[in-house]
Design a protein around this ligand. Structure first.
Ligand code: ZN
Length: 313
């Protein structure tokens, strides 16, 4: 196995307020979204994807993007990420005065790019590049996620060269990080290892972030493979909520508490508090009115923390 030693801490992007909720039919109130953000921050999250600035008719759950931003706690130790698809979205995010990082999306295939944002794959790279430039103008940072990096719901297999060239183009445009997203949950650990290694080499010293959906149960194995191959940032969602309204059959993101359990038990620091994440899972399950997909959220951690230690901490 090439790649890093399993010792460096991993950074997390908590995506539950955006990717976690966007596909849920139950409309979650602005106050509940802000409570989720508070829970995430209290659990140790320091990068949070708080909302997306998209057409509310296409994604009704994100219609309160401005209101969510206005209610964010005053924490300059937290990076507040707003997902944007075009310059109009970028202007909305910048105008909030609260978003500190723009997240752009480039899509690996033409058919998915058309369904997701009404443009070609090449057009989506150009749009992402324009968003990155606009972020820099406004004094913000910008990163790009390459959607359907491991397979497309419409076109099937996606070549590694295609994703590699897109990553290079986005890095050249000034992105501070490149994310590889398995939007429909079809990746396997060998594919992940190969693509992360290639992209990491191509964009060094920029970090590679990974975004996995657990649609076919390979999410955690893919996270492990990605870290072994040198990815240093992981997107995850408390409770394992998540999905894409434009990707048929998409299921939840890898659950924050499941990934944290795996990594911490393996001696890899996460900066996150597992017990608080589990408490947040139970709270969020109440909000959503259903049990959430996360495994550790149901089973609890191991070994159980002693009560008196929790109280002292
Ligand atoms: Zn996703």
């Amino acid at each position: 196995m090439t790649g890093k030693m399993y010792t460096d801490p991993i950074e997390f992007v908590e995506v539950s307020p955006r990717d976690g909720l966007q596909n849920e039919r139950t409309i979650v109130s602005t106050a509940q979204k802000l409570a989720l953000v508070d829970h995430a921050v209290a659990s140790g999250a320091r990068r949070i994807e708080v909302t997306s600035f998209v057409n509310p008719r296409a994604v009704p759950q994100m219609a309160d993007a401005e209101e969510v931003c206005a209610g964010l706690p005053a924490r300059d130790d937290v990076t507040w990420i707003g997902l944007v698809m075009n310059l109009r979205g970028a202007e909305r995010a910048i105008a909030t005065g609260r978003i500190t990082q723009l997240g752009a999306v480039a899509v690996s295939t033409d058919r998915f790019a058309m369904a997701n944002q009404g443009q070609t794959s090449k057009g989506s790279v150009e749009a992402a590049s324009a968003i990155i430039a606009r972020a820099a103008d406004a004094g913000l940072t910008g990163q790009v996620t390459i959607a359907a990096s491991f397979g497309c719901p419409f076109e099937g297999e996606v070549t590694e060269d295609r994703v590699l060239h897109m990553a290079e183009a986005c890095a050249k445009a000034g992105a501070v990080e490149i994310g590889l997203a398995d939007t429909i949950g079809v990746a396997n650990p060998v594919h992940v290892t190969r693509l992360v290694e290639r992209v990491k080499r191509a964009i060094a010293p920029l970090p590679v972030r990974v975004h996995f959906h657990n649609t076919r149960g390979t999410g955690l194995a893919n996270v492990w493979a990605a870290i072994g191959a040198g990815a240093s940032v992981v997107d995850s969602s408390i409770g394992g909520l998540g999905g894409c309204p434009f990707a048929p059959g998409a299921a939840g993101n890898v659950a924050t508490e499941d990934v944290v359990y795996m990594l911490e038990r393996a001696g890899i620091g996460t900066g996150l508090d597992l017990e608080r994440l589990i408490e947040t899972n139970h709270w969020l399950a109440g909000v959503m009115g259903k049990e959430l997909p996360a495994m550790v959220g149901k089973a609890g951690g191991f070994p159980k923390p002693r009560l008196e230690e929790r109280e002292i901490a």
